[in-house]
Design a protein around this ligand. Sequence first.
Ligand SMILES: [Zn+2]
Length: 147
Amino acid sequence: MTKQITEQRKSAYYFGMILMIIGGLMFFSVFITGAMNFGNFSNFQADAQSSMLRAIGGMALLITGVIIRSIGARGLAGSGVVLDPEKARQELEPYSRMAGGMVKDALDEANVSFGGKAEKVIMIKCPACGKLNEEDSKFCQECSKQM
Ligand SMILES: [Zn+2]
């Protein structure tokens, strides 16, 4: 079982991220140049064509980047490209383990332990003075009256 994410998948993840950034910049540059050339119709048709190309190209890069990044992060089976539940479970194993670890950390933080003795203390009230005493005490801690 793979305990760590492979180098290839890490590379795919970062490659996808770079594609996303380039695609995103290309896509948004359309709006920036569009705003800069606003009201300038001297080269309108060429501008519109280049904008269209950059918008479509940028979008395509962005989508490709998202897909590659998710494949890199979760593996081919883990991201649903290859339908193979057993392999998906293996590829997602680092994440499941991490989630399990996080739950365990949270429980540790809250001082909860499974299988440990339940430390629930029941107190009973002294009939004479009203002081709370432990359930098994024979005499009141406060007034020494028999419980
Ligand atoms: Zn008492």
